[in-house]
Design a protein around this ligand. Structure first.
Ligand code: ADP
Ligand code: MG
Ligand code: MG
Ligand code: MG
Length: 417
């Protein structure tokens, strides 16, 4: 990577740069009429929306540091390379569910993609109490296909290891997850914050609970040492853009080969947080009851539809080097293989429950919080909502065997409300 050519593009530089690319110029129209707006609301990067007379694009550029924190926390530009690589793979595996890629510049750590409009970040829609009828089908297609088709259930051993190698360099982004999700919320760390003073007691309990420390460390080890499939790596509702009729997954810069339950758990955790946050956004009692019922139904359906699609793809002949057909011949073999598929999904469910819990706790006690809770005023109301989410998350983590089915999770969530 010719890092010497890297420079942060400001609006005027970006105009000149894009005007020098004939295909994009044709797509946008006369550069003199372009409007360029920086809209990045994420923690790490710059995102510009460029609109011209004929059309628009989104331009994402990585910064050599963490945007949320500043230059004191450097972060490799190569994450733009991994994001582009992941988006390319996801576009092949789950067509139409990621933004179309229009241009990538390795030196500038910059990607130009389809402008998603009028899509909004799903998290914002959930805060507003909006239901998304397409979401279950789209996100479960995305997860089932990207996960199984990058796993040993569908690839040859050589293809799989080439895939791992292609993403192995993204370890600085993995390290962020390892620290911020699996470590810091459970110890004193400068970057931690929570809704004080209301959650001070819970924060102390997390730092003192050795059962929890063992479980979170097992989950961390699984995250580090289980390259099952190509993960999105940051699949929360802030990485999903939606309309009533469309779902698009963005921002896979944390992509690497890891345990499948980490992606599935991210989706479930963020839906559960939307559920627990919902009463904090009420202006009249029970105003959001239908929304809240929809969120829990969605939690159930995300797991059940994901599992159904994943199993269907496996049965339909995702013929990877694991489970060779020659070992499962005949009716006896078919029956054992089917039982084994069910056992696989049960293990994946257990992982998913643990990772969902980890993703919840980090949003309430760690560095990165989410607007589901942050927009709740006053803080005391926010803390009540957050404490319910933490109570469920902690049970999911240390009493994982209690949660055998997704209905066990939603049932426990309902009781806490
Ligand atoms: P980060 O990695 O910094 O979190 P994201 O890729 O999540 O950056 O993008 C930040 C924001 O930019 C998103 O929340 C969204 O509002 C906007 N955005 C990103 N990609 C697009 C796109 N293709 N079309 C429209 N808006 C986008
Ligand atoms: Mg983002
Ligand atoms: Mg982010
Ligand atoms: Mg990001």
């Amino acid at each position: 990577q010719g890092q010497g050519d890297y420079r942060i593009l400001h609006e005027a530089d970006l105009r000149d740069y894009l005007a020098g690319l004939p295909d994009l110029k044709a797509l946008l129209g006369d550069p003199a009429g372009w409007t360029i707006t920086e809209v990045g609301d994420g923690n790490l990067n710059l995102v510009f929306i460029v609109k011209g007379a004929r059309g628009g694009v989104a331009v994402k550029q990585a910064l050599p540091y963490v945007r949320l924190v500043g230059e004191s926390w450097p972060l490799p530009l190569s994450r733009a390379h991994y994001e582009f690589l992941a988006l390319s793979r996801q576009a092949q595996l789950a067509p139409g569910l990621v933004p179309a890629l229009l241009h990538h510049d390795e030196n500038l750590a910059l990607t130009v993609m389809e402008l998603l409009e009028p899509h909004i970040i799903m998290r914002r829609g959930l805060v507003a109490g909006t239901r998304y009828p397409r979401f279950v089908d789209d996100i479960t297609t995305f997860m089932a296909r990207t996960l199984i088709f990058t796993s040993d259930l569908a690839l040859s051993a050589a293809e799989k290891k080439e895939g791992i190698a292609a993403f192995a360099g993204n370890h600085a982004l993995c390290k962020i997850t390892e620290d911020l999700i699996f470590t810091d919320p459970y110890r004193i760390a400068e970057q931690n914050r929570w809704t004080a003073p209301y959650l001070d007691g819970l924060a102390t309990e997390l730092r003192d609970d050795m059962d929890l420390h063992v479980t979170i460390s097992r989950l961390k080890l699984k995250f580090m040492a289980s390259p099952e499939a190509l993960l999105h790596g940051d699949l929360h509702t802030g990485s999903i853009m939606v309309t009533d009729s469309q779902t698009r997954v963005i921002d896979p810069e944390f992509a690497f080969y890891g345990p499948m339950g980490f992606d599935v758990g991210a989706v479930l955790a963020n839906l559960l947080m939307a559920y627990f946050a919902s009463p904090g956004h009420e202006r009249a009692p029970s105003e959001r009851a239908a929304f809240e019922a929809w969120v829990l139904e969605t939690v159930e359906q995300v797991w059940s539809e994901f599992a159904r699609k994943f199993l269907d793809l496996w049965r339909a002949g995702a013929a990877g080097d694991a489970y060779p057909a020659s070992l499962f011949a005949g009716a006896k073999g078919a029956a054992r293989l089917e039982a084994e598929r069910q056992a696989y999904m049960q293990r994946l469910f257990t992982d998913t429950v643990g990772f969902a819990a980890a993703k919840t706790i980090r949003r309430i006690f760690g560095l990165a919080h989410n607007i589901d809770f942050e927009l709740i005023e006053p803080p005391k109301t926010r803390a009540i909502c957050e404490a319910r989410a933490v109570r469920l998350a902690r049970a999911m983590m240390v009493e994982t065997p209690v949660f055998r089915t997704i209905a066990d999770v939603t049932g426990a969530a309902r009781k806490l409300r």
